[in-house]
Design a protein around this ligand. Structure first.
Ligand code: THU
Length: 198
């Protein structure tokens, strides 16, 4: 066999090995997504209740839009958060980032899912607003009109830092019965993350 033919064969074999490797990576991704979905499915009710419970603590005197979040970490712990506004506006923090920063500051680095709930609260004073999770589960409680609340761009970017976009689940809920699930990749299709700087 001449050298050219041998080179050709080696090249083909390398191509095949590359394809097998790519297929394995793809299969692993699918498997990881399925495992993640199963874990999240079991915790979804708990996450929605915890997120709704956060509406009571939301500090939103300027927008009157209350948001609650519940973030499930890989360790199995759920971290909650609410939006916290500020008279100077820019220091305001979204519910999602409150939950993420609480979790990361406790040593968590991997996450499976986040549940987000929110709605307009009207102009009543903060002290007048109490939200019982059972009541709020019905979709409307004490002046909060629950509506699907999607994470803002800044929060999506924070998710990108700590989550696998292909598997991380974003649950937008109105009640325990009404919710929609997206992956981070669906909400941030061409994201910039730590991988880009690796
Ligand atoms: N907000 C959140 O906390 N999360 C979201 O997903 C959307 C917006 C907050 C920020 C601000 O306090 C209020 O909702 C209105 O924008």
């Amino acid at each position: 066999m001449d050298i050219k033919k041998i080179d050709g064969k080696i090249g083909e074999r390398k191509e095949d090995e590359k394809k097998i490797e790519e297929k394995k990576i793809e299969e692993k991704k699918i498997e990881e997504k399925e495992i993640n979905e199963k874990i999240v499915e079991k915790r979804i009710g708990e996450m929605i209740s915890l997120a709704i419970g956060q509406l009571e603590y939301s500090y939103a005197p300027y927008s009157c839009f209350r948001v609650g979040a519940a973030l499930l970490s890989k360790s199995g712990k759920i971290y909650t958060g609410c939006n916290i506004e500020n008279a100077a506006y820019t220091p305001s923090n979204c519910a999602e980032r409150t939950a993420f920063f609480k979790a990361v500051s406790e040593g968590e680095r991997g996450f499976l899912a986040i549940c987000i709930v929110g709605g307009k609260a009207g102009k009543q004073p903060l002290s007048a607003l109490t939200v019982a999770p059972e009541g709020a589960d019905k979709g409307h409680k004490d002046g909060i009109g629950m509506e699907y609340t999607a994470p803002c761009g800044v929060c999506r970017q924070v998710m990108m830092e700590f989550c696998n976009p292909e598997t991380f689940q974003i649950i937008l809920a109105i009640s325990k019965e009404e919710y929609k699930i997206f992956t981070l990749k669906e909400l941030l299709p061409i994201g910039f993350g730590p991988e880009n700087l690796a």
